[in-house]
Design a protein around this ligand. Structure first.
Ligand SMILES: Cc1ncc(COP(=O)(O)O)c(C=O)c1O
Length: 482
C-alpha cells in the first residue's frame, strides 16, 4: 500500500461548482463512491487537504468538512502527523468488474426465466426486473459447489456469523450504528423482529405508542402480545412525540419508523429524535426502530438511524432485505442493545423456528462482500429517483384538479391527496377493477383517519406502463366526480 500521498489529485473527483449541492457534500459523496467502487482502496492515503483544495480550486475548509464527515462515518482515518487514509478495515471488496455502469437498465440483468411485471401502482415492492439475478445465481451456484456441512445442518439461531460480520460493517458505515456482530440477530423479516420484541418486552395491558397511520404488522404484533395500542397522530415529520408524551406518559413500548414514516413519509429531525430518546431513557420505555427502506433516499444525505444516538440502550433496531433485495427471501436483522438481550431474543427465536436458511444467508454474505449489494443499491437509488420524478410529473400533468402529490425525498411510494369530493376507498375500488393497485392511506389508520390519501408505488412495474396507468386513473376520477 502506498505510503506517499498521490501527487495528482484523484481524477474521478469532478465537482460541479454551480450546483446547489455544497462542495463539501459533493466531495464527501464522490470519495465515498470511489471507496465503494474500488477506485480508492483500503489503506490508501489521500492527498493533503491543502494540495487537494488547491487542485480542485475550492476552499480548504470544504475539504476538511468532507474528510471530517468521512472520518466520522468510518470511511477515512486520520493518522496523527501522517495524513488521511482510507480506513484499513472497512470490509468493502470492490466489484470484480472495474467499470461501473451507472445507468440502470443498460447492464444485462435479464434472467433466463420471465418476470411477470407488477401492476401499477403497487407499492413496497422492489424492481425485480433490475435485480442482478445472473450475479446472484452465479454466487448461489458457487455456494452450492463449495457446500459445507455447516450450511446443511442445524446452525446457530443467531444467524450465519459471516453475514452478521458484514452487517455490523454495513450498519456502521451506512446507518451510523456501532454494534458487534454478537448484538445482531438474523430473523425472518422485520415482521419477526417486531413480533419477538412485542413478545419479550410487552406485559399484558402495557401502553404502546403506535404511529397512526402506521405499519399494520406492528400494531398486530402489539395486540397479539397483550399490549394496548395507543394511536399517536403524526406531524409532517413522523410521530408527534409531544402528543404521545402528554397523552400516554405511562407507555413502556413504542414502534417508530423515524427515517421514513410508513406510510406518510416524514423523517424525524434530530431534535425530535433526541426528545424521544431522552424520554425513553427516563421512562425505561423500549423503542422498536423499523428502518425498513432508509437506503432509498434521493435528496440530501441519508439520515443516520435513531439507534446510532441511543446511548441509554433503549432502542431495538430492525432492518430488512425485503426492499433492498427481494421480499421472498424472508430475511431481516435486528440489533439488540446488549449481549444479554441478544441472548434472550436468541432463546425465544430458538423456541419458535431456530435459524433462518443458512444457504441464503451465505449467498447474501458473498453478495455484500463482493460489492454487488452496494452497487445494486446505488443503481436502485438512481432508478427509483427517476421513477419517482416521472410519476410525480405525470400526476402533476394529468391529474391536477383531482389529485395532488407531495414530492417525497425517499422511499418506494408517494402519497396523493384527492382534492375533489371523493374518497380514497371509492377510487381504490374503481381502479382495482381496471387493474390498478391503489392503497388508501386509511388501510393503515387506527384513530386518525385520512380518507383522501392514496399510496402510489413507483418501483415494481415498468416505467412504460406509468403514463397509460395515470391516464386510466384520470378517466376513473372523471367518472367518479359527483
Ligand atoms: C413499515 C414496514 N416495515 C417492514 C416491512 C417489511 O417487513 P419484512 O422484513 O417482514 O418483509 C414493510 C413491508 O412492507 C413495511 O412497510
Amino acid at each position: 500500500m502506498s505510503k506517499t500521498a498521490p501527487q495528482i489529485p484523484l481524477p474521478f473527483l469532478k465537482l460541479r461548482k454551480r450546483d446547489a449541492e455544497p462542495l463539501f457534500l459533493q466531495l464527501y459523496g464522490q470519495i465515498k463512491q470511489a471507496i465503494f467502487s474500488g477506485q480508492l482502496k483500503e489503506g490508501e492515503r489521500l492527498p493533503a487537504t491543502r494540495a487537494l483544495a488547491a487542485e480542485l480550486e475550492i476552499s480548504r475548509n470544504s475539504v476538511f468538512q468532507a474528510f471530517e464527515q468521512l472520518i466520522l462515518e468510518g470511511f477515512l482515518e486520520g493518522r496523527k502527523g501522517d495524513g488521511t487514509y482510507v480506513c484499513a478495515k472497512i470490509g468493502i471488496v470492490p466489484a470484480r468488474t472495474p467499470k461501473v455502469e451507472e445507468t440502470p437498465g443498460t447492464e444485462e440483468y435479464i434472467p433466463d426465466f420471465s418476470i411477470e411485471p407488477l401492476l401499477p401502482f403497487q407499492s413496497s415492492i422492489p424492481s425485480f426486473a433490475h435485480f442482478p439475478f445472473k450475479t446472484w445465481a452465479g454466487i448461489a451456484a458457487d455456494v452450492y459447489r463449495n457446500i459445507h456441512s455447516l450450511h446443511l445442518g442445524y446452525g446457530d439461531t443467531q444467524g450465519y456469523a459471516p453475514l452478521r460480520n458484514e452487517l455490523a460493517d454495513y450498519l456502521r458505515i451506512n446507518r451510523s450504528i456501532i454494534c458487534s456482530p454478537e448484538q445482531i440477530l438474523i430473523v425472518s423479516g422485520s415482521r419477526q423482529a417486531i413480533n419477538l420484541s412485542a413478545q419479550l418486552l410487552i406485559k399484558k395491558g402495557d401502553q404502546c405508542w403506535m404511529e397512526d397511520p402506521g405499519y399494520r404488522g406492528a400494531s398486530m404484533a402489539i395486540e397479539r402480545w397483550g399490549g394496548r395500542v395507543c394511536p399517536v397522530p403524526l406531524t409532517q415529520y413522523g410521530l408527534d412525540i409531544d402528543h404521545a408524551i402528554k397523552t400516554y406518559p405511562a407507555a413502556t413500548f413504542a414502534y417508530v419508523t423515524p427515517s421514513h414514516q410508513y406510510p406518510m413519509g416524514g423523517t424525524l429531525p434530530l431534535a425530535e429524535r433526541l426528545k424521544l430518546l431522552q424520554w425513553a431513557a427516563k421512562q425505561k420505555m423500549w423503542i422498536v426502530e423499523d428502518d425498513y427502506d432508509s437506503e432509498f433516499r434521493y435528496n440530501g444525505r441519508p439520515v443516520p438511524a435513531l439507534k446510532g444516538l441511543d446511548d441509554a440502550g433503549q432502542v431495538i433496531y430492525t432492518g430488512t432485505f425485503s426492499k433492498v433485495l427481494f421480499p421472498a427471501l424472508r430475511l431481516g436483522y435486528m440489533v439488540l442493545p446488549t449481549l444479554e438481550m441478544a441472548r434472550r431474543f436468541r432463546m425465544l427465536k430458538t423456541t419458535i423456528d431456530r435459524e433462518n436458511p443458512v444457504i441464503d444467508q451465505a449467498i447474501i454474505t458473498r453478495f455484500m462482500r463482493e460489492g454487488h449489494f452496494a452497487r445494486h443499491l446505488r443503481k436502485m437509488r438512481i432508478l427509483y429517483k427517476k421513477l419517482q420524478d416521472e410519476l410525480t410529473a405525470l400526476i402533476g400533468k394529468h391529474l391536477h384538479p383531482w389529485l395532488e402529490v407531495e414530492p417525497g425525498d425517499s422511499g418506494m411510494h408517494i402519497t396523493g391527496w384527492l382534492k375533489k369530493d371523493m374518497l380514497a376507498a371509492d377510487v381504490e375500488k374503481a381502479a382495482g377493477k381496471q387493474g390498478l393497485i391503489l392503497q388508501p392511506v386509511d388501510d393503515f389508520s387506527i384513530k386518525y383517519g385520512h380518507p383522501k390519501g392514496l399510496m402510489f408505488g413507483f418501483t415494481g412495474y415498468p416505467v412504460e406502463d406509468m403514463e397509460k396507468a395515470v391516464l386510466q386513473l384520470k378517466q376513473i376520477l372523471i367518472n367518479l366526480q359527483p
